[in-house]
Design a protein around this ligand. Structure first.
Ligand SMILES: C[S@@+](CC[C@H](N)C(=O)[O-])C[C@H]1O[C@@H](n2cnc3c(N)ncnc32)[C@H](O)[C@@H]1O
Length: 277
């Protein structure tokens, strides 16, 4: 599979890297590598549209100078890139996300091994770590879980380790679907089913917990469907949007009678915990 790398340079990486990620997520970019000079963003070649990219970059260019290069990337370059940049991530002091070539530490209760390849979800991005961190404050015991936009499958793997009953990991990206299956095998979890599809591909009519780290537009357009998949007392964790957009999502939630339980943020990125009451 051929991937495109867009190498974006700009002076003020904060807050613009994060805003760029939100904008590029909307046009099917799915992996990012942040550095001191800006951001490298990755997209499957078949999803790449230069005009759409220019439109998105124009939004930032109006307020901040940036330059960019578009590179075609071979798979083996990509693997080399992430291997060099993948450092283990510690979440909640007791959970590590690491690659196969990192040693397993002794005093860690939750050990998650990820080979992300082209998919999103290594724990490095704020939205993933927000979701994972928050998951430790909920009870997953014997619950049915929907992980929509599952990427590498990282949230499903954690849900399984937190003793969930059955987990459905759904992603519309073929590569993420294949990769989540690989990661689920790597972690030897038995109760996660991966589905290539979208919100209309759910297996159950109701779930106890919905984990949704996608982006503002998808969440706004699908929130009524999320509600339909919840029973009274079901929880939903939403992430993938920045602070400026949180009120939009909260207004929609209010219209649907979903109650705000908690709100967290990491830098510009937000997480909302809502409940059906
Ligand atoms: C931000 S990543 C999150 C990955 C992982 N859940 C995490 O928390 O790190 C969003 C994922 O959602 C998928 N996605 C985006 N829109 C989707 C949709 N409408 N239906 C299903 N998956 C979608 C993308 O392919 C991507 O893998």
């Amino acid at each position: 599979m051929q991937y495109i790398e867009v190498d974006i340079e700009l002076k003020k990486t904060v807050p613009y890297n994060e805003i760029l990620i939100a904008l590029l997520n909307d046009i099917k970019f799915n992996s990012y590598y942040e550095n001191d000079n800006g951001l490298k963003a990755y997209i499957e070649e078949s999803n790449f549209d230069l005009d759409l990219l220019k439109q998105k970059l124009e939004i930032i260019k109006e307020i901040e100078n940036l330059s960019y290069k578009v590179n075609k990337l071979e798979n083996n370059n990509w693997n080399k890139n992430w291997e060099e940049s993948f450092t283990p991530v510690i979440i909640n002091k007791n959970c590590i996300v690491r690659a196969t070539f990192h040693e397993k530490p002794n005093k860690i209760n939750y050990d998650i091994v990820i080979t992300p390849k082209m998919s999103f979800g290594t724990g490095h991005h704020e939205t993933t770590s927000l979701m994972m961190q928050y998951m430790f404050s909920l009870s997953f015991d014997n619950k049915n879980i929907l992980d929509l936009g599952s990427g590498t499958g990282i949230l499903s793997i954690l849900a399984s380790k937190l003793k969930a009953k059955e987990i459905h990991a759904i992603d519309f990206d073929k590569w993420a679907f294949i990769n989540s299956k690989e990661n689920i095998l790597l972690n030897n979890v038995k109760n996660v089913s991966c589905v290539l599809g979208d919100i209309d591909s759910v297996i159950f009519k109701k779930y106890d917990i919905l984990l949704i780290n996608i982006n503002r537009n998808i969440i706004l357009s699908q929130m009524n469907k999320y509600k339909d998949l919840m029973s009274v007392n079901s929880d939903i964790l939403l992430s993938g949007f920045i602070s400026d957009d949180t009120n939009l999502i909260l207004n929609q939630a209010k219209k649907l009678d979903l109650k705000l339980i908690n709100k967290k943020n990491k830098k510009e990125w937000n997480l909302l915990h809502l409940k059906k009451v």
